[in-house]
Design a protein around this ligand. Structure first.
Ligand SMILES: Nc1ncnc2c1ncn2[C@@H]1O[C@H](COP(=O)(O)OP(=O)(O)O)[C@@H](O)[C@H]1O
Ligand SMILES: [Mg+2]
Length: 256
C-alpha cells in the first residue's frame, strides 16, 4: 500500500532573506548574507559547509536562540522576529528541541530524569507513551537509573537526543552532535536522528562539517560564505565531499 508523502511545502522551520551581521565597523562580519531556506516537516536535513560559513549562525537564528539583523525566521507559521523575549522563551521551550556537541546533561540526575527535565521545569506532563517509545528508540531502557558519568559518550548523547524529542517539538536542531564522539558512537547517534525523523515523523535539522554525518540526512543544504549555494537530495558521503571540494577550490581554481 502506498502512503501519501508529506508535501514538500510543509516547512517545520524556515528563514527568508536572512542576514546576520556581527560587530560594527572594522570588526563587522556578515555571517549570513541573504539566506532563504525551508526545512521540510518530517525530514532530516543537514546544513553543511566549511568552518565559518555560517552554519551555526543559521541554526541559532532559525531556532530562536539568536536574532537576525534583517529578514525573517519562522517555526511553523510563527514568525520569530516579532516575538518578545518571553514568547520566544516559551516557543523555544515548547516547540523546539536542541542537541549540542557538549551533551549538557545534569550530572546529579538519572538518565530518566534528564530526559524529562525540560518538561519538569516547564511544569508540563510528559506523554508517557511517547517517552516510553523514545526510550526504546534511543536504546536506553536498561540505563534509566544510571547517572551520566556512568555512561559512554555515545550513550550520553543518546540521552540528549531523547531529551530533545521528549516534548514532541516541531523541530529538533542539532549543532555538530557527533563532534565529541568517536566514529562508531557518532554513527549510532546519526542513525538515531535519522530513525527518529523517519519512524516517529519528527523534523531534524543538523549542522555538520562532516560529509559522513551529512550523508545520514534526507537532504543536505550547502552554505559557503554566508550564502546558500546548493542543495542535495539523498546524499552520499562521496557526493557531499565532491561538492564541498567544488566550493573550496572551484572559483579560485577557475581564476588561476
Ligand atoms: N558572536 C559572534 N561575534 C562575531 N562574529 C561571529 C560570532 N559568531 C560567529 N561569528 C562569525 O560569523 C561567521 C560564521 O560563523 P558560524 O556561524 O559559527 O560558522 P560555522 O558554524 O559554519 O563554522 C564566522 O566568520 C564567525 O567568525
Ligand atoms: Mg559552527
Amino acid at each position: 500500500m502506498r502512503t501519501t508523502p508529506t508535501p514538500r511545502t510543509a516547512a517545520a522551520a524556515r528563514v527568508v532573506d536572512a542576514v546576520k551581521i556581527y560587530g560594527t565597523g572594522d570588526t563587522e562580519v556578515t555571517a549570513l548574507d541573504g539566506v532563504s531556506v525551508e526545512f521540510a516537516a518530517g525530514r532530516f536535513t543537514a546544513i553543511m559547509g566549511p568552518s565559518g560559513s555560517g552554519k551555526s549562525t543559521l541554526m541559532h537564528c532559525a531556532a530562536g536562540l539568536d536574532t537576525l539583523s534583517r529578514g525573517s525566521a519562522f517555526i511553523g507559521d510563527t514568525e520569530l522576529t516579532g516575538l518578545d523575549d518571553r514568547r520566544l522563551t516559551l516557543l523555544r521551550r515548547d516547540r523546539v528541541g536542541f542537541v549540542f556537541q557538549a551533551f549538557n546533561l545534569l550530572p546529579t540526575l538519572t538518565v530518566a530524569e534528564n530526559i524529562t527535565l525540560p518538561m519538569d521545569l516547564a511544569g508540563t506532563r510528559p506523554d508517557a507513551g511517547w517517552i516510553d517509545a523514545l526510550i526504546d528508540t534511543v536504546g536506553l531502557r536498561d540505563r534509566l537509573a544510571h547517572r551520566p558519568s556512568e555512561l559512554s559518550g555515545g550513550q550520553q548523547q543518546r540521552v540528549a537526543v531523547a531529551r530533545a524529542f521528549a516534548g514532541r517539538p516541531d523541530v529538533v536542531f542539532a549543532d555538530e552532535p557527533t563532534g565529541n564522539l568517536d566514529s562508531r558512537a557518532g554513527d549510532e547517534v546519526l542513525r538515531l536522528l535519522g530513525r527518529t525523523a523517519r519512524e516517529m515523523g519528527r523534523t531534524v535539522v543538523m549542522v555538520t562539517h562532516d560529509p559522513v554525518a551529512a550523508a545520514h540526512a534526507d537532504e543536505v543544504v550547502f552554505l559557503a560564505d554566508g550564502r546558500l549555494v546548493d542543495r542535495m537530495a539523498e546524499p552520499t558521503a562521496e557526493r557531499v565531499l565532491e561538492r564541498m571540494h567544488g566550493f573550496v577550490t572551484g572559483p579560485s581554481a577557475a581564476r588561476s
